[in-house]
Design a protein around this ligand. Structure first.
Ligand code: HEC
Ligand code: HEC
Length: 455
């Protein structure tokens, strides 16, 4: 298996290689834009911590980790197995399948996870940050199986495993300045990738650009505008009170929310601990298809079921069975009964369908970079990691910063298709590869490649 990394150098001409998107090829000379994506001015909530701002390199590494099945103990499950781009980064079955059985809660959409002021994650908010969340599935015995108990390898074994994979040494070196792999670095890059997943090209956003939430949107149907008003207004004013907990325009969960009266548990009994919802954006896909069952236990199959639930909070929510029911859903001590008409219910559903975007489902920057064999074949190092110095004597010195102690070949080409080997060299302990070549016409491209020893 030949893995190429490296340096593109062009003498005489100056144009950039525009590598065509190909499975298994990661072109780091043209990183996708993750750090400076535009977002609407009205989007202000943001849970990015001061020490982990998104960078293009970090999110690129996160993308590779997110889609890599080698993060599971038996190389069968990646984050993307349960969080599929085509389903708003959720899973359609009620439970998802990991390396040893099925999950005890429904998978969550990862759209706009960044844009909320609840810093804690999971349905029950049991982790204090997205960074801490990202390695929990890896450490989970059922999901990815580096739990260190029940016969599983430990997280340290994953670090050892990844450290032996040359492309990770290249990617960690690009992102963090050296190839050391640690749990903190894995967390930071995965969290950057997840925070980068954003969706702001919905019908709602088109309308919201030119109006406040309380004004009718020009691009909405009458039903959608009526549904929006029901969503926004509190029950005493004839509304359904949704916005108190799913706060627009992010539709992120109110940090003070308690549970919403859905108290089923997939492992039996009841579970009253679920006080977080993912953003209500992209509940359905661009074609209107559901992105999965709703709620932590997947018990509500459709948006109509969701509205019926809130319309009349079930009698199972007595103060003794569910002391954690949010007081807003038990006004005056009685379980909420909104008495919505069928038209009002339909309008609410119509409004929720306007919260769906398009591009997030297909954009390459969030897609699987691996080929069908789960391999990366070619990594081209970023230009900013390489330098060319033209010397007085008709030679040029090519330098490239990469992962330490890897053995590289320098290759040259005049047509970017056929490559021939110029020589072999080993990166020093600081990761520096250096080679001096004669400048001779015709203009040539150069790149450093490395061959991964067969296992
Ligand atoms: C086997 C299926 C499975 C795998 C693999 C998996 N997840 Fe999840 N994910 C889930 C489920 C189920 C939940 C909800 C669990 C809960 O709340 O108890 C979840 C929740 C999350 C959340 C919380 C979202 C929120 O809004 O609170 C994030 C973030 C997340 N996963 C990211 C990841 C990342 C990153 C990976 C890979 C390292 C990963 N997941 C691997 C099934 C999976
Ligand atoms: C008191 C706070 C509160 C109110 C009011 C509220 N919700 Fe929720 N909502 C939640 C919580 C908490 C969850 C997650 C519950 C769970 O899965 O156990 C949730 C989950 C949801 C989900 C499922 C999300 C998913 O990813 O599966 C939808 C859809 C939803 N709510 C819509 C609404 C609508 C529509 C209204 C108004 C009729 C509303 N909510 C009112 C707190 C609230």
């Amino acid at each position: 298996m030949k893995h190429a990394s490296a340096l593109k150098v062009l003498f005489g001409l100056s144009f950039a290689i525009c590598a065509q998107a190909q499975d298994g090829v990661l072109d780091l000379t043209t990183l996708h834009n993750y750090a400076n994506q535009s977002r609407p001015l009205y989007i202000t909530r943001d849970n990015t911590p001061g020490n982990n701002a998104i960078t293009d390199a970090g999110a690129t590494l996160g993308r590779v980790l997110f889609h890599d099945k080698r993060l599971s103990r038996d190389n069968t499950v990646s984050c993307a197995s349960c969080h599929q781009q085509s389903h708003a980064f959720a899973d359609t079955p009620v439970v998802s399948t990991g390396v040893d059985g099925t999950t005890s809660r429904h998978s969550m959409r990862l759209i706009n996870a960044r844009f909320g002021n609840e810093p804690r994650f999971f349905w029950d908010e049991r982790v204090t940050s997205l960074e801490n969340q990202t390695t929990q599935p890896v450490r989970n015995h059922v999901e990815m199986g580096f739990s260190g108990s029940s016969g599983d390898p430990a997280f340290a074994d994953l670090v050892t495993k990844l450290s032996a994979i040359p492309e990770y040494r290249v990617l960690f070196a690009m992102t963090f300045g050296n190839a050391t792999i640690s749990e903190v670095r894995i967390q930071r890059s995965l969290a950057q990738f997840v925070r980068s997943i954003q969706s702001f090209d919905s019908k709602y956003d088109t309308g919201r650009k030119n109006a406040n939430d309380n004004q009718n949107f020009a691009n909405f149907t009458t039903a959608e505008n009526a549904g929006k008003q029901l969503f926004l207004n509190p029950p005493p004013q004839g509304g359904a009170g949704c916005a108190a907990c799913h706060v627009p325009p992010e539709f992120s969960i109110d940090p003070n929310s308690r549970n919403n009266g859905v108290i089923g548990s997939l492992s039996g009994g009841i579970d009253t601990t679920n006080t977080r919802s993912p953003s209500l954006r992209d509940l359905v896909g661009p074609g209107g298809q559901s992105n999965g069952a709703f709620m932590h236990d997947g018990s509500l199959a459709t948006l109509a079921d969701v509205i019926n639930h809130y319309n009349l909070i079930p009698m199972t929510n007595t103060p003794t069975t569910n002391a954690n029911l949010d007081p807003r859903l038990r006004p005056g001590g009685n379980l909420q009964n909104l008495r919505l008409s069928q038209t009002q219910k339909d309008n609410l559903v119509a409004f929720m369908r306007t919260l769906t975007g398009t591009s997030v489902y297909t954009e390459e920057k969030w897609s699987n970079p691996f080929n069908a064999q789960n391999e990366l074949e070619l990594i081209i190092l970023p230009e900013n990691a390489s330098t060319i110095t033209k010397n007085a004597n008709g030679t040029a010195t090519l330098r490239c910063l990469s992962a330490a102690n890897l053995s590289y070949q320098l290759e040259s080409s005049t047509d970017l298709e056929h490559w021939s080997t110029v020589g072999t060299m080993t990166a020093d302990a600081a990761g520096l590869i250096e080679r001096t070549v004669n400048i001779v016409p015709p203009a040539a491209f150069y790149r450093f490649t490395y061959t991964v020893p067969s296992p």
